[in-house]
Design a protein around this ligand. Structure first.
Ligand SMILES: [Zn+2]
Length: 412
């Protein structure tokens, strides 16, 4: 249900990673290059028991989820307990499915999971592994990805074509790259036109405002001044994206007001204010982190019914800003943005909080660019993690492309 998160380090900073929209069942390429290598290791062994490890090396296109299958050669080999994945066994057949947080594996990246098991007699190594139904050969094969959740965009996707009256006037050098980006999104998002919880949808549901709740996934204290500075930083960074739309193609909101309506913490004493300017949620834990009340959250109530929210509709939140101690990089989606506490709190007055900007881009549907570059390396842009520290002309037009495709939803 929640978005996939992976970490990737870039030379001069650790940047984001995950485009996933949490309520899109699976974002998967309809025609994916699949290729894999699996390293299986017995990392320790004792009388009747052992610890095993598998490392999946993704030689194909980026994975949004993965299932590995293999068979134990010996009927007495059993998985007892696994980690970093869901492990199940039937007879000798073992299925290893990604955990909620490591389903996304970039092209060329790897993921490791482990288990403890039992055996008697020999403890032979499995001979063959398959990834999402395709045998891992160490080479790459291009094939239709068999997946029930892939929506064939040509046949059943509701159309959302821009009207011919809509302007489309990007700089001429960007026309072809922008078309390639849109086509790539159509190919790789499972429900590009049917999904109804993009940042756009949230913004229009609130007539041009966005409410945030902060998930303070940290052991640190927060002063009143820091609280207010977090709000100010969110407002300023958010508006940087909104400014890209000003005056173009009937965009209706010149200023988007960002409200911070709540904070979620493990311990109330971490928050050093006593006023009631925000709602405070204490020790409501989800994904091992404090969260704001689910009845108040847009992610949980996409129909806009916040009747269970203690603070009422005005205190509902659209996005979570999830700040995690020691978190390198980030993640973004319709649920909000996740970045490191240390990075964000030390950049509250930085002109461009580029990791946050990148993640907000995901909230508005923009994709990641790990495995291809529509600009052929000629210029960086904020959605290509690590290549730019501010919103560029190309980012602007990618955002505008989303707007022209979705605006008919809002009667504009
Ligand atoms: Zn990203």
């Amino acid at each position: 249900m929640f978005s996939k998160i992976r970490k990737r380090r870039i030379a001069w900073f650790a940047a984001c990673l995950a485009a996933a929209f949490s309520t899109v069942a699976v974002v998967q390429t309809a025609f994916a290059a699949t290729g894999c290598r699996v390293d299986y290791a017995v990392t320790s062994q004792w009388s009747g028991g052992f610890q095993g490890s598998i490392t999946l090396v993704n030689l194909g296109d980026r994975l949004e989820n993965w299932t590995l299958n293999f068979a134990f050669p010996d009927a007495n080999q059993k998985v007892d307990q696994g980690w970093n994945a869901e492990w199940t066994q039937s007879g000798t057949a073992v299925t290893v499915r990604n955990a909620g947080w490591n389903g996304t594996v970039a092209a060329g990246a790897s993921v490791t999971a482990g288990f403890t098991g039992r055996f008697s007699g020999a403890n032979p190594v499995p001979a063959s592994f398959s990834l999402n139904g395709t045998t891992c050969t160490g080479a790459v094969a291009t094939s239709p990805t068999p997946s029930a959740s892939v929506t064939p965009s040509a046949s059943v996707t509701p159309s959302a074509s821009p009207s011919s009256a809509d302007p489309w006037n990007p700089p001429s050098t960007l026309v072809a790259p922008l078309a390639a980006v849109w086509e790539h999104q159509e190919d790789t998002y499972s429900d590009l036109y049917g999904f109804k919880n993009y940042g756009w949808d949230q913004l229009f549901a609130n007539n041009g405002t966005i409410n945030y709740c902060v998930r303070w996934d940290s052991a640190k204290q927060v002063s009143t001044a820091q609280r207010d500075a977090v709000h100010a930083a969110l407002q300023k960074q958010y508006q940087k994206w909104m400014d890209q739309l000003t005056g173009w193609n009937a965009w209706p909101y010149q200023q988007v007001k960002v409200n911070v309506v709540g904070w979620a913490v493990r311990d109330r004493a971490q928050l050093e204010w006593t006023d009631s300017s925000v709602d405070i949620y204490v020790n409501d834990i989800r994904e091992d982190a404090p969260q704001c009340s689910e009845p108040c959250g847009r992610f949980f109530h996409q129909d806009g019914n916040y009747s269970g929210c203690t603070g009422g509709t005005s205190r509902h939140y659209d996005h979570s800003l999830w700040l995690t101690d020691g978190f390198n990089g980030g993640a973004g989606g319709d649920w909000g943005q996740r970045i490191g506490t240390e990075y964000f709190m030390s950049n509250l007055t930085t002109e461009n909080v580029h990791v946050l900007l990148h993640e907000i881009g995901h909230t508005y549907g923009l994709d990641d660019f790990y495995d291809w570059d529509p600009l052929d390396g000629k210029q960086g842009f904020i959605m290509m993690a690590g290549s730019a520290t501010e919103i560029t002309e190309f980012d602007k037009w990618m955002l505008r492309d989303w707007w022209r495709h979705l605006k008919s939803r809002y009667g504009l």
